[in-house]
Design a protein around this ligand. Sequence first.
Ligand SMILES: *Cc1c(COP(=O)(O)O)cnc(C)c1O
Length: 400
Amino acid sequence: MNIFTKAVHAGDRKKPGPQIPATTPIVSATTFFYETTEQLDRVFGNEEPGFAYSRYDNPTNNALEELATALENGYGALACSSGMLAIQTAIHTALLDRPKRIVAASALYGATLNMLTKFFEPFGVETRFVDICDLDAVRVAVDQHKPGCVLMETVSNPLLRVGQIDRVAEIARAANAALIVDNTFATPLLVRPLELGAHLVVHSATKYLAGHGDVLGGIIVCDESHHGTLRTLSRTIGPVMGPFEAYLTMRGIKTFPLRMERQCGNARRIASWLATHPEVERVHYTGDPNHPDAATVARLFPVELLGAMISFELKDAGRDQVFAFMDALKMILRATSLGDVHTMVLYPAMSSHRDIAPKQRERMGIGDNLIRLSIGIEAAADIIADLERGLAAARLRARP
Ligand SMILES: *Cc1c(COP(=O)(O)O)cnc(C)c1O
């Protein structure tokens, strides 16, 4: 079935009684009751399908998990209360019976980087960072460090580099390491990492999947070999999403392919407009034929769906010009998230990469003139008009 169809139907219409709700309701009950203790005993013992306690299974969450599994073509899923908790739970699942070492992409979401260095490392799980786009470097790192898992993002933030998931999966598999892919930026409409050999896929559902800026959530979708461990770990630790959030996420997902398709279309127009603008030094966009990973994008992404994130560098600009640009925007939201229906702008040097020393930021390619856009579903002409307003304001601000 096509992903547009799955998004609308998968997970819905489970039979709770003679009448079946057309869409999945919110089941807020924490416990479930049976006519006989015999039956409850069978449910507890996993001999009969059913619900016992909502930390184990909840009908609303299970419906979302079935939907997410269908979208990513996985074996099973777990809905978590945030994207970060999904990443942590995926790592614990992957490392349970493997060496407690990680090889991770050096370009990672800021909180993920902090999780690895400030929390996993003090607990004895050491991470070796590597340029995930350099397969030789990945091979060497896996060979030397002998990790239990490899962690990467489909599209990196904010420079939008794209690693070869299938090739990294081969390297990881040959070393008996699990590959975990954070697919938040690409979404399953563009790339389905499990089909490319990854073992676990994680999402911040807060972003494109829920898509409306009103729910914090995470989702893990995994292959058959990790499903038992994932569910047992979840039963014990309890990283689960609340049923209200599961409902909102499911509702959001019904229109996610539609939104994403339009966001990708808008991004394509806006990226090419920005590329010719005299105030713009450089545009980073996965649909750019001169993108450093253009060959990987051409191999792994659908022809017309090339991503909806754009980063660009203001010409001869520093913090003052970037602030003038951002303050002049009337419609685009100066906000920290991405993937929502509304267009958002973020200044990495001020937010996601604030704690990194300016010199190191510069080395990473994240200058003080770099701005990140998450393109929404508005009319492209209105987004462009707002950007033009911002760029005009930046031009008028005195240069550094
Ligand atoms: C936002 C984000 C996360 C964290 O998700 P939360 O839902 O905010 O916990 C992880 N990875 C990526 C790529 C993200 O964009």
